[in-house]
Design a protein around this ligand. Sequence first.
Ligand code: SAM
Length: 281
Amino acid sequence: MTGTLWLVATPIGNLGDISPRAREALESASLVCCEDTRRTGRLLQHLGISAQALAVCNEHTEYRLIHRVVDELSAGHDVAVVSDSGTPGISDPGERLVQAAIETGATVSAIPGACAAISALITSGLPTARFVMEGFLPRRGQERTDRLVDIAAEHRTIVLYEAPHRIARTLSDLAEVCGGDRQVSVSRELTKIHEETIRSTLSNIGIGEPRGEYVIVIAGRLQNEQPVTEDSIRGALHEALASGLSRRDAAAEVSRRLGIPRRQAYDLVIQTAPTDEAETQ
Ligand code: SAM
């Protein structure tokens, strides 16, 4: 008989959110995999329990930990996985251990609890029936641009995690690709004393001095919004050029309005207007 890999949710700020089942799993597992032994140690202390063994599981060590976890499970022992906060595997380590446990034939079971994405989604007031979790956006470059473009085209509600020092930039990038009218809800410090949720549009949202951790929830693109085709991009570029904008400004304006990459708009504007009348005047 193989053991069970328990995926144990821990609080995202309020220690009252730990469940009795989580406590039991952390106490009885032969091994608790955690991101930071000091942080999890403090949680265990708060619960008045101690773990039989702790192992560090982060993006660098998770792969190496697989053998040890598989050995424990194969010997019939239970293993618990926690992250620093919230639900393991959600923008946190855990996924590889789950895959390894499944391959071993072990039982994989969740002990649910706090998850910032779900709390922010259900308090946002935006549609919850269909949503996508985007986690953290890539920080820069083409990968970030591509992801932003995907988000702008997405019809389901979109959930994003963000750090305080990047929240303003991310909201402004989202306004650029999705358009300023899109509804957004920004939650910070969920379950903590200074919990706050601000609901507005992307152009009007004001978050003040960034403090704490944030979740951004954006309304999906409306179903009746026109799909962006090459013809519609050319049409929009034509209008922008006719209004007197330079090729560069026309490309920027159309990229913002239609939620397409600037490069794509710029390549098409060069074909549409081989010479730049605004610049040669
Ligand atoms: N696994 C976690 C979960 O289930 O929510 C998420 C871990 S991810 C590394 C950390 C990010 O989650 C933060 O940067 C923030 O975007 C979000 N987050 C975590 N706790 C939060 C809180 N109390 N309030 C708002 N956002 C939070």
